[in-house]
Design a protein around this ligand. Structure first.
Ligand SMILES: *Cc1c(COP(=O)(O)O)cnc(C)c1O
Length: 223
């Protein structure tokens, strides 16, 4: 059986230059996160608020915690103090709430806008049109405690590589449009978070700058 440390090493070697690795540690105990930390991993992704806030104080403080799951508005207050980035902003209402809560505690929170491009109806996110409309409407200029650092998305869970590729290309296209439009000149707008264990190679070929990998590092999750 391969170890967490070996898995991380192998994945790092397979990343294209400039691609950042988020180790998705949801459902895994802090002991295995410590192993990943020992291998130099500093960015961890969690998808449940209670789990994130439970683990965060048990691990070294130089870890960057990324929230990657659907964030219910009543959990915003709980999660904002613990995270360095929220990747899963999927509505204007949520964006405004994260801004408001960040202002309340005197913080600027990095966020990504989550795009829904997959065929499954269950995945959260803005449609590409909604996202561009919101940004074009000038909403972002009015928010001073969130920093929009890019976009995030998931592809359909399918064996059809061409479908996956098409969806990643769509996410990258929205990123490019925003980067050339309203986000022009904002040097922090540079993250395209796409690619998971089974599809990150395709995602990198289509312009991912951040991959979120769980099971290939930590093994299968027991829900
Ligand atoms: C669980 C999860 C991942 C990691 O998935 P793996 O297939 O285990 O690599 C990535 N992104 C999000 C949003 C997730 O919920």
């Amino acid at each position: 059986m391969s170890s967490v440390v070996d898995n991380i090493r192998q994945i790092r070697e397979s990343l294209l230059p400039g691609v950042e690795l988020v180790a998705v540690s949801k459902f895994h105990p802090v002991e295995v996160l410590r192993e990943a930390y020992g291998a130099g991993q500093r960015v961890f992704g969690e998808s449940r608020v209670q789990e994130l806030v439970r683990k965060e104080p048990l691990l070294p403080s130089d870890i960057e915690w990324h929230f990657i799951g659907h964030l219910q508005t009543n959990k915003v207050r709980l999660v904002v103090p613990s995270v360095s980035m929220i990747q899963s902003i999927d509505s204007e209402r949520l964006l405004r709430l994260v801004d408001k809560e960040s202002a309340r505690i005197g913080k600027v929170t990095d966020v990504l806008l989550q795009l829904h491009v997959a065929l499954e109806a269950t995945k959260f996110g803005f449609s590409c049109e909604e996202c561009e409309r919101m940004v074009d409407a000038g909403v972002i200029e009015t928010l001073h405690n969130v920093r929009i650092c890019g976009v995030m998305g998931m592809a359909t869970n399918t064996d059809n590589d061409e479908e996956i590729r098409k969806e990643f290309r769509e996410i990258r296209r929205v990123f490019e449009r925003l980067a050339a439009g309203c986000m022009d000149g904002k040097d922090y707008f540079r993250t395209v978070s796409m690619g998971m264990s089974d599809d990150y190679r395709i995602a990198m070929e289509e312009g991912s700058t951040m991959v979120r990998i769980g099971s290939s590092i930590f093994g299968a999750r027991e829900y």
